[in-house]
Design a protein around this ligand. Sequence first.
Ligand code: KG4
Ligand code: ZN
Length: 338
Amino acid sequence: MYCLAIETSCDDTCVAIVKNEYSILSNVMSSQIDIHRRFGGIVPEVASRRHLECLIPTLNQACQKANLTLKAIDLIAVTRGPGLTGSLLMGLCLGKTLAIIHQKPFIAVNHLEGHLFASRLDHPDITPPFISLIVSGGHTELNLVKNWGEYVHLGRTRDDAAGEVYDKIAKYLNIGYPGGPLIDNRTKDANPVRFHFRGGLEDQENFDFSFSGLKTAVIRSYNQLPENSKKDEKLINDLLASFQQSVVRTLWKKTFRAIQKTGIRTVSLGGGVAANSYLRSYFLQKGARYKVKIFLPSPTLCTDNAAMIGSCGSFYFSKGKISPLDLEPNPRLNLGES
Ligand code: KG4
Ligand code: ZN
């Protein structure tokens, strides 16, 4: 069963072909980073116009890499939300058009659920129940996965998502865009305890997060540095590492709280920030120490990609689900809604 998957929820134009839910035949991503860099963030109108230009070449590349024509495809899966409406519309339009022309079933996929299914692509042995932490540029949330498709919401960020804070701090400090991977690289040998920051709600008895106050604290610490110190690369890297440590520590604390409350000792991570090397080693170390199984998708499956959408869409199709062709994008879908 060949599934053609399209993901355009944000600024990456992604097309993949997935065979039988688990096997990635192609997973092509056309990045818009160079276009949005000069603005220091994503400009929604620019993103949707660029999707329009990139979708067909990306589709052709995905078919070529998989060595398949559209005729061979059995299912078309497309991200419906959450995301930017204009961007979602581009992928949905292409998916629906292909479904009509080639008379193939069409299935809409929740982007967050796609991030959850990324773990399944790399680790087919992962079985519910488990705790899911999705941490990206738009979301930071904890869910209990009782079964594939059956989710209990535990908590989410009350303000900024973790990835958004990485990007905003990098923008303020003139480090570049997107901040996540740049801060990851700059902090590899830095001192994460030189500065002391706290994640909002870090020690509160709930599963919610808050990162906006942390962002302000990091920026305030930077502003308080003497002007010549702001050019001290080692000092700035230590500041960034200390920020990163407080984000990752907070993410772990809330995840561990969910483990203790539910008694479930399996955790799956997903979303762009789960590609972070410090976060990955922190969670693996804590997992080994507290006997918690940690499932991490490979970094390219953590960040936005269409293979995860294909895997999720194929799963629902195998359960007899398809979507109507008049379905509209939904920028604010929650996990569990499709
Ligand atoms: O999942 P994703 O590709 O898109 C959303 O659904 O938001 O996540 C993008 C976010 C951005 O904020 C980016 O800076 C962050 O993930 N990110 C990282 C890393 N790679 C991407 N953050 C920290 N470390 C990384 N290596
Ligand atoms: Zn995403």
